[in-house]
Ligand binder design. Structure first.
Ligand SMILES: *[C@@H]1O[C@H](CO)[C@@H](O)[C@H](O)[C@H]1NC(C)=O
Ligand SMILES: *[C@@H]1O[C@H](CO)[C@@H](O)[C@H](O)[C@H]1NC(C)=O
Length: 490
């Protein structure tokens, strides 16, 4: 009981510290090393610290990088490359040796995950059926070293693991060749080991290769949203849509012991835990290497990359889930830390960096929670407009409580029953509905009765919560009370 009270105090005081809620919404970077002009690892670590970056992902287990990251408090993901998957899958002693020399050898480094392979279904499909055995052997080796819980085994998956198309999100489904043979047992494994889903999410590539994709939707800029007829939800960015397509696909795999399709009503725990191992967009100036497509040409790409990465980071740090899974716990690694001049592929590939090799930012991006100066993108709440009058407020209040908002807190005796005013109660219900629906602008409309605000509202002792994992039930508790009752008139 002490912990929720402490959280409440922090919240009321407005001194919400992100690092405090370390399990929800953390931003990291991918530390690729394919450049001949990159700084040495100790200088890289200084750069990470200077910018408040708390997680980093390596594409191998580079000794210099792992040593430099020791005793920094930075969480590190290491990777077992695709080439090593056959050995790890077939030989337990190989897995044990790999863990010894790439994890146990760095006791001062906070290694929190091992990525087994990288986009195997996409980059090395011939290894598809060795992937899960390799993950299991690495997990067993970690467990043998006493690291079975501290270090999570994952595998970054490219979004083409889903059938095309994957919009709207509710049609999201894994390809037939991997759904039941690989993904289903893999999700079971992730669930059993307390790990998380890891899908690379690149709205940028959808935009680049599909002329129908609205750039504002792709790059987190204001837009009219896109409707998912399967769920009735509205999406305001492609990142959320892609993540929800994965959540839908996982749900269609059913729960343990069942092979039922459809809307699994009891969602697996792992089906709300998403750590996006890569997401980003290329900056840089001038041509992008796709000359035939004029929308990709010119200085707009830096603006797009800045809009995308800034808003993605803000979203993640705010703890917001997705429209379909509002309390999902989503962390992201931005691809990539540096522009890497030796990366193969078109110019884009070498220009995903947040930093130039000299440590200068390619464009301004903040990795820490925005300070004072609240605004769109930061935390937000939904409150009732008193001006619309009691009758309309009551109708909207009834609507919210009847359509998914948890109104137990404003029943007699509930933690937000006082002050017993219609505006306070409607604000409580609107806010619950809004937080629950991924804080989409439309979910605070209520026929003009609701408004989004960026300062935490309070009514007496009732401070409207912003949902975060573990915090959304703050003060509310499970809905065990009597059904919501109308306020007394007057
Ligand atoms: C770092 O490199 C970039 C790109 O080459 C350049 O524009 C910038 O001026 C450099 N910054 C410093 C401090 O040298
Ligand atoms: C990052 O933070 C600094 C200082 O708070 C601010 O001046 C700057 O505008 C912010 N940049 C972005 C992209 O939000």
């Amino acid at each position: 009981m002490a912990l929720p009270k402490l959280l409440l105090l922090l919240f009321v005081g407005g001194a919400l510290s992100l690092t405090f809620f370390s399990e929800a919404g953390e931003v990291g970077v991918c530390y690729g090393m394919m450049g001949d002009n990159l700084p040495q690892p100790p200088a890289v670590v200084q750069l990470l610290k200077q910018h408040g970056i708390t997680m980093v992902r390596l594409y191998d287990a580079d000794a210099g990088g792992l040593r430099a990251l020791a005793n920094t408090g930075i969480k590190v993901g290491v990777s077992l490359p695709n080439d090593n998957i056959p050995d790890a899958a077939s030989s337990m002693s190989y897995a044990v040796r790999w863990v010894q020399s790439n994890v146990q050898a760095y006791p001062g480094t906070w290694i929190d995950s091992v990525a087994v392979g990288n986009e195997v279904f996409h980059q090395a499909p011939w290894l598809t059926h060795q992937l899960l055995p390799a993950m299991k052997n690495i997990q067993a080796a970690l467990a043998g070293a006493g690291l079975g819980d501290a270090v999570k085994v994952v595998t970054p998956i490219a979004l083409d693991a889903l059938k095309v198309p994957s919009f709207p999100p509710s049609v999201g489904e894994f390809r037939d060749d991997i759904a039941w043979s690989v993904m289903r047992p893999m999700v079971d494994f992730l669930e059993q080991t307390g790990s998380y889903l890891t899908f690379n999410i690149y709205p940028y590539f959808a935009y680049k290769y599909d002329s129908h994709v609205d750039p504002d939707f792709a790059f987190f800029r204001p837009n009219n949203g896109q409707h998912d007829p399967g769920t009735g939800l509205t999406y305001f960015n492609l990142f959320d849509a892609m993540v929800d397509a994965v959540f839908h696909a996982v749900e269609k795999l059913g729960n343990s012991g069942e092979h039922t399709h459809g809307n699994g009503r009891t969602r697996r725990r792992v089906a709300s835990l998403m750590r996006v191992p890569e997401s980003g967009a290329p900056g840089g100036k001038g041509k992008t290497g796709v000359a035939s497509n004029s929308k990709l040409d010119g200085s707009a790409s830096t603006e797009n990359a800045q809009a995308y990465n800034s808003n993605l980071i803000r979203k993640v740090l705010s703890g917001a889930g997705t429209p379909y899974n509002p309390d999902a716990d989503i962390s992201v690694y931005i691809f990539s830390l540096f522009n890497e001049n030796l990366k193969p592929g078109d110019d884009d590939e070498r220009n995903f960096g947040l930093f130039y090799p000299n440590g200068t930012q390619v464009y301004d991006v903040n990795f820490t929670r925005p300070g004072p100066g609240p605004g769109p993108g930061g935390p937000s709440w939904c409150v009732a407009n008193a001006a619309v009058g009691d009758r309309r407020l009551q109708d909207a209040l009834d609507y919210a409580c009847g359509n998914g908002a948890d109104c137990s807190g404003i029943q007699a005796g509930g933690w937000c029953f006082e002050p017993n005013t219609r505006v306070a109660h409607a604000s409580y219900a609107f806010n619950d509905y809004y937080q629950r629906n991924g804080r989409s602008v439309q979910s605070c409309d209520f026929g003009g009765c609701g408004s989004v605000v960026y300062q935490q509202p309070s009514f007496g002792n009732c401070v409207l919560p912003q949902w975060r994992n573990g915090l959304k039930r703050l003060g509310g508790g499970p809905n065990t009370g009597p059904p919501y009752v109308h306020l007394a008139q007057g």
